[in-house]
Design a protein around this ligand. Structure first.
Ligand code: RTP
Ligand code: MG
Length: 137
């Protein structure tokens, strides 16, 4: 079942020069491909839509601050079970709990600066792809 997922390489990944490493891991998954990619700095309006489910939570303000602190790389990844597969590739939210071999497990230590976002369901993927790449068919 081919799916599309919206992936963000967060500002910490870009600052630390991990873009190539992370995209390389995605590209090496058999049959997956990039359907869209853009380097851009996110503003509060986009972040409020993207992370709308977290508005009002204690970590929301620092999260938005962090996500707007530098450019991100936004990607649409397409391929077999891409939504679940990218969550597995990323690892759990807390990088210390994430297994080595996952992106967060290999490169992260703190929950906020956990390197990547990946859509968590078909509904989120559709909403997020429309938000970041409205022209993508
Ligand atoms: P994401 O949405 O970025 O893919 O991450 P996720 O599903 O694994 O985690 P989620 O619960 O949706 O949280 C979104 C992002 O907020 C930051 N966060 N900080 N307690 C905290 O300080 C805290 N909890 C979450 C992380 O950057 C997390 O990825
Ligand atoms: Mg999430």
């Amino acid at each position: 079942m081919s799916q599309r997922s919206l992936v963000l390489l967060k500002p910490d990944a870009v600052r630390r020069g991990l873009v190539g490493e992370i995209i390389g891991r995605i590209e090496r998954k058999a049959g997956w491909s990039l359907a869209a990619m853009e380097l851009r700095t996110l503003d509060r309006a986009v972040l409020e839509q993207h992370y709308g489910e977290h508005v009002g939570r204690p970590f929301y303000e620092p999260l938005v601050e962090f996500m707007a602190s530098g450019p991100v790389v936004a990607l649409v990844v397409e391929g077999e079970r891409a939504i679940e597969g990218l969550r597995t590739l990323a690892g759990p939210t807390d990088p210390i709990a994430a297994a080595p071999g996952s992106i967060r497990g290999d490169f992260g230590t703190v929950v906020r600066e956990n390197l990547v976002h990946a859509s968590d369901s078909e509904e989120s993927a559709a909403r997020e792809i429309k938000l970041f790449f409205p022209g993508l068919v």
